[in-house]
Structures are given as C-alpha cells and as structure tokens.
Write a protein that binds this ligand. Structure first.
Ligand SMILES: CC(C)(COP(=O)(O)OP(=O)(O)OC[C@H]1O[C@@H](n2cnc3c(N)ncnc32)[C@H](O)[C@@H]1OP(=O)(O)O)[C@@H](O)C(=O)NCCC(=O)NCCS
Length: 220
C-alpha cells in the first residue's frame, strides 16, 4: 500500500517536471501542468488554462489555427486522447471554452471545429467523441474532401456524466444535469436533467424520476 503511494507521487513528480519544462520551452510562467509520457501540446500560445491540468500518456492537445481556447482548473485528458481544435491556414477553429473540473477518459477524441463549450463538473468516460463539424457533400461532381466543412458548434452544460463510447455530433445541445448513456449518439437539443441513450439518442428518462437512492454499504 505504502509503495503504491510512493509510486504515485513519483509518477506525478515526473509528470510535473515534463509540464514545467514544456511551459518553460514556450516562455510561459509555469503553472501546475502534469504531462504524461509522450503528451504533446501544439499551438501552446493559444492556450489559456487554470491550474492544475493533467494530460495523460501520449495525449495530444493541438490548438494551431484556433481563435480562442480557455480551459478551467482540474482539466484531465485521458491517456491516448486527442483534443484537436486546430483548423488550417484557410480555416480557424472557433472558440473552445471548457469549465472547471472537466475530465475525459482514455482514447477520447475532442474536436474544436465550429466551436465547443463545456460547462463545469463534466465527467466523460473512455472513448468519447465530440465532433462540432460536418463535411459538406451536396455536390455529386466534386469529391467530398474538396467541398469544405460546415457546422454550428456543440454546447454541453454543467454537471454532466458522459458514458463510454458516446458520440456527440455538431449542433448538439446537452443541458445541465444530464447523463449521456454509454454508446449514445447525440444529435439535437435536450432539456436539463435528461438521461439520454440510444442511436440516435432519445430521452430514456428524466433524472429525479427514479426511485430514491439506496446507497450500498461497501464498494463493489
Ligand atoms: C444510462 C445508465 C447510467 C443507466 O441508467 P439507469 O437509470 O440505471 O437505467 P436503467 O438501467 O434503469 O435503464 C433505463 C432504460 O434505459 C435503457 N438503457 C440503459 N442504458 C442504455 C444505453 N447505454 N443505451 C441505450 N439504452 C440504455 C434500458 O434498456 C432501459 O430501457 P427500458 O426502460 O426500455 O427497459 C447506464 O446504462 C449507462 O449507460 N452508464 C454509463 C456507464 C459508463 O459508461 N461507465 C464508464 C464511464 S465513467
């Protein structure tokens, strides 16, 4: 047990060293940034974040060609996850605004595209995908890859739990207090306190309509 603690502190110390070095290289005054093995930040000059922030092993934040990116405190990006709010020389990604205490599990993929806002206290499980953009495909005589992209962005409120493998598409509006079930495909707008699930997602039930919570005495 004791060894576990020492190992954890050692691991976090190493992550902090990486984070401090990364900030110094980018001429930033170091904050509490914990970076796992192989974690990368591109376009650091666009990033405003509140400490602490933790980037898992081999995770990437790519913010090149972006208008504005603000990330609140206690942000966690899981191992092998990518947050890509990077457009191109022709297209700048819209605002990416993330509140406090937002966490993503491993292998998540978060796009910036036409704008993404996430409130406070949002927990997302592993393999969650968020895509605030679509490819245009109207013209049958031009390859889709040449037709450009469009979108209106995604808004995710506060106090939300996003289950594993949920996919959230452009235009989605998920209101405060909602839960997105594992594997849900979220398109459209939903009222507060919704429990969403399915493909495409529908309101499975409303939070508060369940029977009273019975807390188990011990863990599983
Ligand atoms: C949504 C969830 C929280 C269940 O909530 P719940 O209140 O216990 O729901 P129930 O088990 O009572 O199911 C209610 C209904 O939703 C359906 N449902 C539950 N989970 C579903 C899912 N992931 N997708 C589609 N439908 C689902 C049930 O089949 C049931 O349908 P019915 O009323 O027609 O029988 C849970 O199923 C879930 O998806 N959890 C995410 C787990 C996860 O990803 N963990 C790791 C990341 S932290």
């Amino acid at each position: 047990m004791h060894f576990d603690k020492i190992e954890l502190y050692f691991q976090y110390s190493l992550m902090l060293v990486r984070g401090v070095l990364c900030q110094l290289v980018h001429f930033k005054v170091p904050k509490l940034l914990f970076m796992g093995r192989g974690a990368r930040i591109y376009g650091f000059s666009h990033l405003r974040f509140r400490q602490p922030m933790k980037l898992g092993n081999h995770s990437t934040i790519d913010l090149r060609f972006t208008n504005k990116v603000v990330i609140g405190s206690h942000f966690v990006l899981g191992d092998f996850s990518t947050m890509r709010a990077s457009g191109s020389q022709k297209f700048k990604c819209q605002k990416l605004l993330i509140g406090n205490h937002v966490t993503f599990g491993p292998y998540s993929c978060i796009g910036g595209g036409f704008g993404l806002s996430i409130g406070n206290d949002v927990m997302a499980g592993p393999y969650v995908s968020i895509h605030p953009e679509n490819h245009i495909f109207r013209d049958l005589n031009t390859p889709i890859r040449k037709q450009g992209i469009n979108g209106v962005g995604i808004k995710i409120g506060s106090d939300i739990w996003i289950g594993t493998k949920a996919t959230i598409l452009d235009g989605a509006r998920v209101a405060d207090g909602s839960i997105i079930a594992a594997g849900a495909l979220v398109v459209g707008s939903f009222p507060p306190l919704s429990i969403l699930g399915g493909l495409p997602a529908r309101v499975l039930k409303k939070r508060g309509s369940e029977s009273p919570v019975v807390r188990p005495e011990g863990g599983a």
